[in-house]
Design a protein. Sequence first.
Length: 650
Amino acid sequence: MSAEVIAFARGYSECGYSVVPIRGDGSKAPTLSWKRYQKERISDADIDSTFADKAGVAIICGEVSGHLEVIDFDEPSFIPKWEALVATEDEGLLVRCPRVVTPTGGVHIYFRSKGCDGNLKLAWKKDGENSYSVAIETRGEGGYVLAPGCSEDCHEDGGTYDQVSGPPISQCPVISEEERAILLSAAYSLNEKRGSMEIVPQTPESLSGGGPRPGDQFNRQANWAEVLRPSGWALVRKNEDESCFWQRPGKDGAGCSATTGHCSNDDSGDLLYVFSSNADPFESERAYSKFSAFALLNHDGDFTAASRSLLDMGYGCDPEILSDVKEAISALNTLIESGVDLAIPEDTINQLKQIDGKFRRTWEMKRSDFSRDVSRYDTSIIWYCCEVGLDIKQMVSVLYKFRIERGIIDKHPLMAGSIAAKIARINDHPDTHDSTLMKEEITEVSSTDDVEHIKAEIKARLGLDEFSYLEQHGRDENTIFYLVSTDGQRVKIGSENKLMTLKGFSAPVLRWFHKVIPNMKGWQWDATLRLMLQTCVVDEMPDSWEGNQMAEWVGQYLRERPVCDDENWKEAALHGMPFQNDGKLHLHVEGLMKWISLTKWGGDSKIASHTVRSLLKTLGFQHEKKNIWVDGKSYCRSFWTIVEWKVEDE
């Protein structure tokens, strides 16, 4: 057999192919390190010695072998369907290509093309509800195929590779990139793995004021030409069934890099499936919605920025309101450029101030350091403007004035789409209003005296003027923490395990540490503030963070959000609601934390999260991640779970 293998290897090498010897153990692996032979070929003089006593021969694909590419059918049932599709486009194309039958009944189709990419998975076969196997793939740059000349020992099934039709492999044809696109697109059209690979970002609801999300509306109304062509993608071919084949920017010829019209789902509609490994910013073998593609191509994957851009284009908001807002902003800019005084009539501001004391005090503070979420301020201000009957031009002027007063107009310019969406939302739901952010700002400023008093107390009782940072030694619950003063003095706090059993802390202390050590992370604030309360700040500590209080909170949470039964648990899980499944109660991590932070902790989940987590563990809850399958898609969610939990009636 060795002489036959050498003869095949010599024949392939002489016609320009890079070849490597194959093991005889059924692994289909080369007997040597073959990476170098992706760039250079074994010399004709070394063929005999390299392949002596070897069981088989493989041909390396790609540029080193004259741009050789092989389509590999692992699922025989796909072959006749693919042949029929190719024949409808070019009846004589397959006759020109060498065809080799593999030991499993599959087929290798050989051809050469300058459009040769890396190895691509073109079609998947559905084996079960959530199970797929590769049916058709290519071997290109960085790949190889076992070729005729391999003995039965090379494959685990004990068969051989036999050419059954077409010209000899040594005379493999060079086909055009248009012809290559026909072969690959026909294979992809047989893909049974639909939509499961899509990237679906979540557009922040706040951008659209709670109305239709810009990305969702864009997916429904836009077409792929609007998304791809401005970024240099070209339409190669469009079939009668409306499926389209697209070529990435910078690719020569008529090669195909992605397709639309073959892959879709209920949420996002038609998807772009990319099979080129050079289609930056897309990943190969992934499917993208129009919104995902728009965000990647135009905003470097920043989906929030993409949403704002779509809002200004009219997606996610009432087009008439958007037009009025744009007109108002344009008129405002004209006045600014002409130097006209933009002073808002005092009686208008007084009307707004009389509605709510929070608005009056927030307006008068003129602080730029508390504007971390201008979108929420805009929602509140627009609501107040609607209450006193201001028109859109007056609303825009008030929003502009608010930014000027705080010195944030450059950082937070007026966004027409966002404003229009908020106006529409308030028009539809006038009773929906959240002034939490204004309340937080007022509370912080009102507590200045308390903060200074506590600061003095801590300095006096610990004998330290300032704290600069925390040191930590060890890992996990055995980590030991030390407070370090600015003069280098160290005070031992203790282990995290011990600190998590101590009592809670008050908001004024939290605010002081927020100023003194602004770069602390949530768990660091937690541990430090617990120490302060225990040792030096208050004489009577509140019980608000004891385990029994946490139990009451969980009970209240479950009374406000009834537990779903087994039948509807998937829907509850995806919407952050509690449910029972597998004999356990599941509390959605984000849903519970959001409820606690908003109703019990002033909206600051960053501070509360570590404490809540440790106390839930003391109550017997376990942290668990669960994969939820809905309509063929997998969603990963985190839960707090417990076997038994009784909700006491109030």
